[in-house]
Design a protein around this ligand. Sequence first.
Ligand SMILES: Cc1cc2nc3c(=O)[nH]c(=O)nc-3n(C[C@H](O)[C@H](O)[C@H](O)COP(=O)(O)O)c2cc1C
Length: 302
Amino acid sequence: MHYRRAFVRHFQGLDIEMAPFISTVSAERINPKLLKDVLPENNSGLPLIPQLIGNKADDFVQMSIALHDLGYGEINWNMGCPHKPIRKKRRGSGLLPYPDTVDALLDQVCDRSPCKISVKVRLGVSDPSELMTLIPVLNQYPLSEVIIHPRTAEQMYGGSVDLDAFEEAFHALEHPVCYNGDINDLAFYQTVAKRFPAINRYMLGRGLLANPFLCEIIKSGTPTPENAIERIVAFHEDVLSSYEAVLHGDHPVLGKMKEFWTYQTIHLSNGRKMFKKLKKTQRLAPYKAIAAEFLADAKWVA
Ligand SMILES: Cc1cc2nc3c(=O)[nH]c(=O)nc-3n(C[C@H](O)[C@H](O)[C@H](O)COP(=O)(O)O)c2cc1C
């Protein structure tokens, strides 16, 4: 949430944000701490869609009521998370092979949820045809959007996205479809946009974390800004001071900042070496010295 807020202060081009998933819990366990990431006072100013992960209709509906009370009109159901412990419990992508379960859940949830429902899916767990079997079920419900990440869960984030499978699913779905996966540069965005001119919704993940200018570049068609490094320096200072203001002690701040650089070093000419050194730091003072030293020399590599 601190990262997202800082991001929006420094970079343009995003229309909507989706918050990291929140696990559904029973009504008595819903509290402000659980919903901290989506409390309106913590928002960045962009429209936000909260996301839930779970497989209990009652819990989902109670969470939807709580989010509606906070002012949200739409929530996303994560049926795409590929992580084994989650999918083994038939949550996230673990629901994809069970169309009857999804049918029963959507029947309850769409009837009782005060928020509109969108879903995020993958092609399947191991079998990429699972989504096609699920689509007739999805088509029965008034979903506001289906976001497709065209990989199987077993692929995790490796291998390539399957644009043929995406095309088949897109044509079979009667809902607005959003494309997600591997948009890491303007060229790949253009490849997808050219092949699917009817798609006008894109969700960006790792590519945007690595290159925060990406939405500006895609929307304006212009190359990376000349002052890219200065803008990254300013963004880094903002993120760092935001965490320092709310976390106590060097350790938790460093944990967040090491996460920050996981992707943010990818387009820096000296990023690999910088990340290696930063990862070893145990105190904020040397961390700041190393970041300043490397950023002073860094060039942006598009
Ligand atoms: C560390 C990490 C955390 C993620 N958390 C979420 C999440 O909470 N909700 C979600 O829908 N997707 C989540 N994703 C998946 C991304 O939203 C996206 O679907 C995936 O990275 C593929 O898109 P990309 O190639 O643009 O990154 C996460 C991905 C990563 C790597």
